[in-house]
Each structure stands twice: as structure tokens, then as C-alpha cells.
Design a protein around this ligand. Structure first.
Ligand SMILES: NC(=O)c1ccc[n+]([C@@H]2O[C@H](COP(=O)([O-])OP(=O)(O)OC[C@H]3O[C@@H](n4cnc5c(N)ncnc54)[C@H](O)[C@@H]3O)[C@@H](O)[C@H]2O)c1
Length: 441
């Protein structure tokens, strides 16, 4: 292909973007993918969501949302306007001009990156890759993934990056449950393999998202995302350690944080809690550690923060033990009521939730575990399915210890404080109460 044809390929894509005739596919319709398909469809594109999970595809096609931040009415509206459709048939990629990958990037059993989902999505794209396509990867991953893993696979078709197809990395920054920031108004980083890749990806995203931040390479984009999440993991690790320190000093960590937060510069408020959860903060820093191990470098901050954060469920169980001790009771035979099992407030995600670790530890100690979480009707713990119990006065009064694990906003704190025998509060929701039967971390 000569230079003038290269320009026309790029120009054609730019024209399709500006006319909204560009067809967009999103692979992986989870917490990231589903909001993204609606964002592009709302911007006027015809969007196809692709997922291997038949159940999700069927539900989405019926206009039934399974992600709390996306109303079913929005899905139905966009489907009715023929802006949105869902499939598990990858041959739909033949008709797409842009393909955006939002598949999971978890850790494997040995806590190493598990890129199997990215690899399998890349294989499927490769089978349908054609000239004049923009491919972007959004899944959080270690620096080098786009260049070293995705690119060679796609170029093995004989098509050339920056000439026939355009490849970029653009990390998703979605914050489930955040009422102020969604995909549309969160600035989006874009780093392409070539400058044309960056330009096309930037133009594509800028037609649906308010602010785009182009960077010099895919590696910069990949590393920026991991820096953001490592920054959170390390600062949460620090404040969790400060919580343990304050406990030893006999002072309230919450008072200390409130006081420090009055400094108008140079301090950023992070809060302690029962441990890290979700698909991102506890996982992503390990992608960086793993990559750096291959370069013979030990990422010490990540290691230390992980050590502290993963010890927090033990710390909570220690506090539950203190609460039981005060009542002359042991773990064995006591009923412990967990309020909230989602990894953070007002969402339904229990992935990596510290509640699961706390439950596991209580189970080993032979306590009876009961939980309430209106966002999580059931969960599986060691092959056993537990169901959320209605939060009644009787339930509160029968529990030997009530543990606030997630600070969902629907909890009526004054009522809980009045009726619970003993409370372990991991989020300071009982701020202002000086009752002797409340232990805070
Ligand atoms: N959840 C968040 O808050 C968040 C925020 C920013 C970034 N991320 C990153 O975004 C990526 C996706 O996360 P998520 O939370 O949306 O995951 P998720 O598990 O909610 O959704 C992923 C979807 O991909 C589908 N899938 C897996 N393999 C597939 C394949 N080969 N082809 C088609 N579909 C496939 C799954 O069935 C699932 O529906 C991860 O890398 C994550 O780290 C997540």
C-alpha cells in the first residue's frame, strides 16, 4: 500500500467518525464494557456489544441491565433507536470499524497476571481483522502488553499497524457507584503504537468523551493506569497502618485524619477500612510487580502495601474477638452479623471483597455467619451459598457482634447503634457515638 492510500485509509476513518457512520464493537460487557457501549451509542454511533457470556448478551438484548450504574431504561431506549445490539457471535466483528477490548485481567493462582482473556479476545479480533480498523485495549495490564502481546498477534495476519489497522491502549477509569464521574466526563488517556494510531483513537474517543489525554506511547498509557491504582493501594496501605498505630497509641485514627485533612495543601485524605476489594486496586499493582520482576527489580512499596492491606481482615477479626471477649463469649457458637459484603459502598460487586476473607476466618473459628447486603442477595463461600437476610430488629438483637464491613448509605445507623449488642465499625459510620459497645478500627 502506498503513502497516498495510507492517508486515505486514515481519512476514511476520520470521516466515518465525524459522520457517526463508524461501527463500534466492544468486547467484554462487564462493569467497564456495558457503560462504554451506552456512552458510544448515546454519542450517535451504532454499537455492538460482544460477550462470551450468553446470559449477559440475552439480558442486555432484552434491555435488562445487570450493572447498577446503567439503567435498564437507557438500554431499552438505545436498542429501540437501533443504536445498540448485543451478540456472542464474533463474526459481527467483520462489519466493525472500531473494536474496543474490555475483558478481565485477573491474577492467576500464583498471583501472576492472567492474560488469557486478553489473548483469547485478541485471537477473535485477529480472525476478523481487516484493513481500516481501529483496535483499542482498555483492560488494565502491565506495561508492554499492547506492543509485545497484542500487536504481534494482529500483525501475524500480514496486515500492518499504522498502515492497515490502528492499535492503541486507552485505560478505563470507571469508578462504579460514583455519582459525579462516569465514562463521559472522566478524562481518558490514549496512547497509540504509532502517531496515527494515537490520533485515530483520540478522535474516536473524543466523539463520545469530554476530555482526551493523548500520550507518547502505549507503555506510558499502560503505566499511567497502574500508577493511579498503585497510588491508591499504597496510600490506603499507609492509612491502614496508621489505624493500627493509633489503636496502639489509644487514639482515634478518624480524629487524626480529620485533623490532618484541615491542611489545605500537601495532604490527601485516604481512609482506613477492612481491606482492599474489587477487580482493580488489589490486583493491578501485581501486574507492575510481575513485569518488574522480569527486569530483576523488586517493587518494594507495592509489596509492603499489599502486606498491610491483606492483613486488615485479620485485624477486623481481632476486633470482633475483643467485642466477644467483652461479653464473655468465644467465636465458637457466637453469631456474627456482617453489614455489607460488597467491596465498597452502594455497589453490588464482591470481587476480592474483604468481607469474604472475614467470613472465611469466622467460619474457621466456628462462628455462625449472617449477612445483610441489599446489593448482594447471595454469595458463595466454600461451595456454600449464603443469602442476605432482611435487617430486622430481631436480627440485630440476636447477633453477638454486628460488623460494619461496607458503609452502604441505606444503613440506618442510629437504629443499628440502639439495637446491636456490640458493633465493630470499620468505616466510622458510628462517628459521634461514644457508646462503650462500639469498637472502631
Ligand atoms: N470494574 C472496574 O471498576 C474497572 C475500572 C477500571 C478498569 N477496569 C479494568 O477493565 C477490565 C474489565 O473489567 P470489568 O470489571 O469490566 O470485568 P468484568 O468481569 O465485569 O467483565 C468482563 C466481561 O468480559 C467477558 N469476556 C471475557 N473473556 C471474553 C472474550 N474472550 N470475549 C468476549 N468477552 C469476554 C466476560 O464474560 C465479562 O462479561 C479489567 O482489565 C479491569 O481491570 C475495571
Amino acid at each position: 500500500m502506498n503513502d497516498s492510500m495510507k492517508v486515505s485509509q486514515k481519512e476514511l476513518l476520520l470521516e466515518k467518525i465525524s459522520q457517526r457512520t463508524l461501527r463500534v464493537a466492544v468486547i467484554g460487557l462487564g462493569y467497564v464494557g456495558l457503560p462504554l457501549v451506552t456512552t458510544f451509542a448515546k454519542a450517535g454511533f451504532r454499537v455492538t456489544g460482544v460477550d462470551i457470556d450468553q446470559n449477559k448478551v440475552e439480558r442486555a438484548n432484552k434491555g435488562e441491565s445487570y450493572i447498577a450504574d446503567i439503567p435498564s431504561s437507557l438500554l431499552r431506549e438505545l436498542i429501540d433507536e437501533e443504536k445498540l445490539g448485543f451478540t456472542s457471535d464474533f463474526s459481527a466483528l467483520d462489519e466493525q470499524d472500531a473494536v474496543i477490548v474490555c475483558v478481565p485481567t485477573p491474577l492467576g493462582k500464583t498471583r501472576d497476571p492472567d492474560l488469557s482473556y486478553v489473548l483469547s479476545a485478541t485471537q477473535r479480533i485477529k480472525e476478523h481483522l481487516h484493513s481500516g480498523q481501529i483496535i483499542t485495549l482498555e483492560s488494565t495490564t502491565y506495561p508492554g502488553t499492547t506492543d509485545e502481546i497484542v500487536l504481534p498477534e494482529l500483525e501475524s495476519t500480514g496486515l500492518r499497524v499504522g498502515v492497515d489497522f490502528f492499535l492503541a491502549f486507552s485505560p478505563e477509569r470507571i469508578d462504579p457507584g460514583n455519582p459525579d464521574f462516569d465514562v463521559h466526563n472522566t478524562p481518558k488517556i490514549v496512547g497509540g503504537v504509532t502517531s496515527d494510531c494515537t490520533e485515530l483513537a483520540r478522535t474516536l474517543y473524543s466523539s463520545a468523551i469530554e476530555q482526551i489525554v493523548p500520550v507518547s506511547s502505549t507503555r506510558v498509557a499502560e503505566t499511567a493506569k497502574i500508577l493511579e491504582n498503585t497510588f491508591r493501594a499504597v496510600n490506603i496501605g499507609l492509612v491502614n497502618e496508621i489505624a493500627i498505630i493509633c489503636d496502639k497509641l489509644g487514639i482515634s485514627v478518624w480524629d487524626v485524619i480529620d485533623a490532618a485533612s484541615t491542611k489545605p495543601f500537601g495532604f490527601m485524605k485516604f481512609l482506613p477500612g477492612p481491606g482492599l476489594g474489587g477487580h482493580c486496586i488489589p490486583v493491578d499493582p501485581h501486574y507492575l510487580s510481575w513485569k518488574l520482576k522480569t527486569l530483576n527489580y523488586n517493587t518494594r512499596f507495592i509489596q509492603l502495601a499489599t502486606e498491610i492491606n491483606t492483613s486488615m481482615p485479620d485485624y477486623v477479626v481481632e476486633k470482633i474477638g475483643e467485642a466477644l471477649n467483652e461479653q464473655f463469649r468465644s467465636f465458637n457458637g457466637s453469631t456474627i452479623l456482617l453489614l455489607g459484603v460488597a467491596y465498597k459502598r452502594n455497589i453490588n460487586d464482591v470481587r476480592e471483597s474483604p468481607a469474604l476473607d472475614i467470613m472465611q476466618k469466622l467460619k474457621t473459628k466456628k462462628s455462625t455467619i449472617v449477612y445483610n447486603d441489599e446489593y448482594v442477595p447471595s454469595l458463595v463461600l466454600d461451595d456454600e451459598t449464603l443469602y442476605s437476610q432482611p435487617l430486622t430488629q430481631e436480627l440485630l438483637q440476636t447477633a453477638d457482634c454486628v460488623v460494619v464491613v461496607t458503609d452502604h448509605s441505606y444503613y440506618d445507623v442510629p437504629w443499628i447503634v440502639r439495637d446491636a449488642k456490640y458493633i465493630v465499625d470499620t468505616h466510622n459510620v458510628t462517628k459521634g457515638y461514644s457508646n462503650k459497645n462500639i469498637l472502631r478500627i
